[in-house]
Design a protein around this ligand. Structure first.
Ligand SMILES: [Zn+2]
Length: 324
């Protein structure tokens, strides 16, 4: 006797058994199998699905989406999904890979490809594997070679608005009977994000933020910098996801000196070894940025909290002391 694992298998068995009169036109709530990758995206999808269902989360906050590997249970979750949302297969690499072998009737949506997502280039050229060195601007709109853009798109709240709309559109197509709820939920979420943008922008305007470069753990803050007028300020400690070599460490050390860098931000999911290897550690302010919300509870409100925390950490560190 084989175990009946999925609703689809059950349905198939019933059809094979000649049972008639079964209708799938009305999808019950528990049949909404929506799967998301990282917590910020899970939060946006949760907000849109609120009152109808809850999405599954594949990559918990304390793991880097770039290096996370799927467990067999994750694979089963994906195989049972109706819709899978992820940022981009270069961001959630292993999950992106796995989605390519899923049944064709499972809808896989990479939100980085959504129209109107604002893309910002990586600060660090090493991400651009096939970048040729001419001065011509790439044809971004028609070509959209995503590899040259920072895939941490959720750190720009305007992109969260675009994502919420796209999520509502995709889910409404799949589950028409809930379309109105999805649309209302998306509107509510968007209002909250608009308030957030206003609040954060005011905070940056009000704070005496010294626009000095600062060090972040990895190159992933271009979208955030761009939205809040911090363009060009981050220097990343890691090249990609790898521990920097001696030369990179020396370069950073020199930048800290030359640019009088005071703020160094680590991330909760990485260890602190690199901070300890910096010279002059005593004169640096070591703080934490949590771009994935590793320390936050998952759910519809988590996205807003994530952006608020990120912003507060940066402002607190960059704000000049009163005695200056
Ligand atoms: Zn990253």
């Amino acid at each position: 006797m084989s175990r009946i694992r999925t609703f689809k298998e059950l349905l198939l068995l019933m059809l094979l058994g000649g049972m008639v009169g079964f209708t799938t036109s009305s999808v019950a709530d528990e049949d909404l199998q929506v799967v998301t990758s990282i917590k910020p995206l899970h939060s946006i999808v949760s907000a849109v699905m609120s009152g109808v269902g809850e999405p599954e989360l594949i990559i918990p906050g304390f793991q880097s989406p770039h290096t996370h590997t799927l467990r067999p249970s994750n694979m089963r979750t994906l195989q049972n999904a109706n819709v899978v949302f992820l940022i981009d297969e270069s961001c959630e690499a292993s999950m992106g890979n796995a989605t390519r072998s899923l049944d064709e009737d499972i809808k896989v949506i990479q939100l980085m490809k959504a129209d109107d997502i604002e893309l910002v280039r990586w600060a660090d050229d090493s991400h651009q594997e096939s970048h040729d060195d001419n001065d011509e601007e790439p044809e971004v709109e028609s070509h959209r070679d995503l590899s040259m853009f920072d895939h941490h798109i959720w750190l720009d709240p305007l992109n969260a608005i675009v994502m919420a709309r796209e999520v509502a559109r995709v889910l409404s197509e799949q589950f028409e009977e809930h379309a109105e709820v999805f649309s209302n939920n998306a509107d509510n979420f968007i209002t909250k994000v608009e308030d957030l943008i206003e609040r954060l922008t005011e905070n940056y305007d009000a704070a005496t933020v010294s626009l000095k470069p600062f060090i972040v753990y990895h190159d992933g803050y271009q979208s955030f910098e761009h939205r809040f007028g911090l363009d060009g300020l981050t220097r990343s400690f890691l090249k990609g996801e790898y521990t920097p070599g001696a030369k990179h460490l020396r370069d950073l050390q020199k930048q800290i000196k030359d640019l009088k860098i005071e703020c160094v931000f680590t991330e909760p999911q990485f260890d602190d070894d690199f901070v300890d290897s910096l010279e002059d550690r005593a004169n640096l302010k070591i703080r934490i940025l949590d771009p994935l919300g590793a320390t936050l509870d998952a759910g519809p409100d988590m996205y807003i909290e994530l952006l608020e925390n990120l912003s507060t950490s940066i402002i607190d560190c960059l704000t000049e002391d009163d005695d200056s």
